[in-house]
Design a protein around this ligand. Structure first.
Ligand code: NAI
Length: 352
C-alpha cells in the first residue's frame, strides 16, 4: 500500500545519507508517480538516487535561495540538492509570488533529476493558478535529421485549475517514448516500433539493443519543442545546454546542474475565476460526450486516466516489480553500480 512503499523508499534514501525531511519529500513524489501508473519515474529510480547520494553527487545541505529578479521573475537556486525536494521548495515559493504579481516566471537553477513534472504543476493548479513547467534531462535524443544525440527527453507539463475534482494535468516527454520503455523491451527481448528510436547511423531500429538515440515526437516539431525547453530551462538560467547537460550516470560524485522553469498565470488577472472554471467544466463535459472512436471506451482529458488508476491502486495496492521491492526491503545501497555507465547501457541487476 502507499504508506508501506513510502516508508521503504524513505528509509532507503535515509540509509544512503539523505536527511529525513528530504527523503520524505522524494518518497511523496515517487509514490505519487507509481500510484498514477507513471512507473518509469517511481520507485524504480531509488537505487540510482541512493547511489548518487552515497557517492556525494547530491548536496545534502543545499543552501537554497529564492531570488526575485524583477516584479514577476525569479530564480530559485537549488545548490544541486535532490531534485524533487528542491523543485517542491521552488514551486511553494513561486505560488505566492505569482498570486502577488499576476504572472510569474520562475527558474530553478541547479538540482539533480526532478521526476514527474505534473507533481509541481498540480500544486500550482490546486492554488488556482495555471502553470506550465519544463525541464532539461540527459542528452539521449537525436535532433531531427541527425545521427548523434544532442537534447534530452525534455518534458513539458501544464496544470489548469478546476471547479470540481482534480486539475487538468498534462505531462509528457518530448520524445515518442520514454527510455524506460526501451529498457522494458530489452528485458523481454521484444522488438520496438520503428518510430521510437534510431541506431548509431541514425536509421530507425526495431531492435531495442541497437538503440543509440531516441526520436522526438512528430519529427521536426518535437525537435523544435525540446529545443525551446532547453533554451528556457537551461540556457536562460546560465546552465549547461544541449549535449553539455550532464548525463545521469557519467559522474555520480558531482552535482548535475540541471534546470527547470515554471510559467505561472493567475486567471483572475484576465477573466472572472468562476466563469473561467465554468468554461473548463463545460469543455471537459463536451469532451467526455464525444462519441468514442472504434477501440476506445471514451475520450479522457489529460491526467484523468492517472487519477482513475490512483483510485484503483489505493484500494488494491500499488503494483511494484518484485526486484524493486526486494531491493527496497534489503539493506543494500550500491556505490558502484551506475557510476560511469553510458546512458544507453543495459541496466544493472538491482540486487546483484
Ligand atoms: P505519457 O505518454 O504517459 O503521457 C503523456 C500525456 O498524455 C499525459 O498528460 C497523459 O495524461 C496523457 N494521456 C495518456 N493517455 C491519454 C488518453 N487516452 N487520453 C487523454 N490523455 C492521455 O507520458 P511520458 O511522455 O511517458 O512521460 C512520463 C513522465 O516522465 C512525465 O511525468 C514527465 O514529466 C516525466 N519525465 C521526466 C523527466 C525528467 O528529467 N525529470 C524527463 C522525461 C520525462
Amino acid at each position: 500500500m502507499p504508506d508501506k512503499l513510502h516508508d521503504l523508499i524513505q528509509k532507503k534514501l535515509e540509509k544512503a545519507g539523505l536527511h529525513s525531511d528530504q527523503a520524505e519529500e522524494v518518497a511523496n513524489h515517487l509514490v505519487y508517480a507509481d500510484s498514477r501508473g507513471i512507473h518509469s519515474h517511481g520507485a524504480v529510480r531509488v537505487e540510482y538516487y541512493a547511489e548518487r547520494i552515497a557517492k556525494g553527487g547530491v548536496t545534502l545541505d543545499p543552501q537554497v535561495k529564492f531570488e526575485k529578479t524583477g516584479p514577476s521573475s525569479a530564480i530559485f537556486h537549488g545548490d544541486n540538492g535532490i531534485g524533487q525536494y528542491i523543485c517542491n521548495l521552488a514551486i511553494d515559493e513561486a505560488i505566492p509570488f505569482a498570486k502577488e504579481s499576476g504572472v510569474a516566471i520562475v527558474g530553478v537553477s541547479k538540482m539533480s533529476h526532478s521526476g514527474v513534472l505534473s507533481y509541481y504543476v498540480k500544486k500550482a493548479a490546486e492554488n488556482d493558478l495555471i502553470c506550465i513547467a519544463m525541464c532539461q534531462s540527459d542528452p539521449m535524443v537525436v535532433p531531427f535529421g541527425g545521427a548523434e544525440t544532442y537534447y534530452g527527453t525534455n518534458p513539458i507539463a501544464y496544470g489548469v485549475p478546476r471547479k470540481t475534482g482534480e486539475p487538468i494535468l498534462f505531462d509528457m516527454a518530448t520524445t515518442v517514448q520514454a527510455w524506460g520503455k526501451v529498457l522494458d523491451a530489452r528485458s523481454k527481448n521484444k522488438d520496438i516500433p520503428d518510430t521510437w528510436a534510431v541506431n548509431d547511423e541514425g536509421v530507425p531500429t526495431t531492435n531495442p539493443h541497437d538503440v543509440a538515440g531516441l526520436l522526438p515526437i512528430a519529427g521536426p516539431k518535437g525537435y523544435g519543442l525540446m529545443m525551446m525547453v532547453d533554451i528556457l530551462s537551461g540556457m536562460l538560467l546560465g546552465l549547461p545546454f544541449g549535449k553539455h547537460v550532464s548525463s545521469m550516470y557519467a559522474n555520480m560524485t558531482e552535482g548535475r546542474n540541471l534546470g527547470q522553469l515554471y510559467i505561472l498565470i493567475d486567471p483572475k488577472r484576465f477573466t472572472n475565476l468562476d466563469s473561467f472554471k465554468d468554461d473548463i467544466e463545460e469543455t471537459i463535459d463536451e469532451l467526455h460526450q464525444i462519441r468514442p472512436a472504434k477501440g476506445f471506451d471514451q475520450v479522457y482529458v489529460p491526467g484523468e486516466r492517472g487519477q482513475l488508476r490512483e483510485k484503483g491502486f489505493l484500494k488494491e495496492g500499488i503494483p511494484i516489480e518484485k526486484s524493486i521491492y526486494d531491493y527496497l526491503a534489503s539493506d543494500i545501497v550500491h556505490t558502484d553500480r551506475y557510476n560511469g555507465l553510458n546512458a544507453f547501457a543495459e541496466k544493472p541487476d538491482l540486487n546483484g
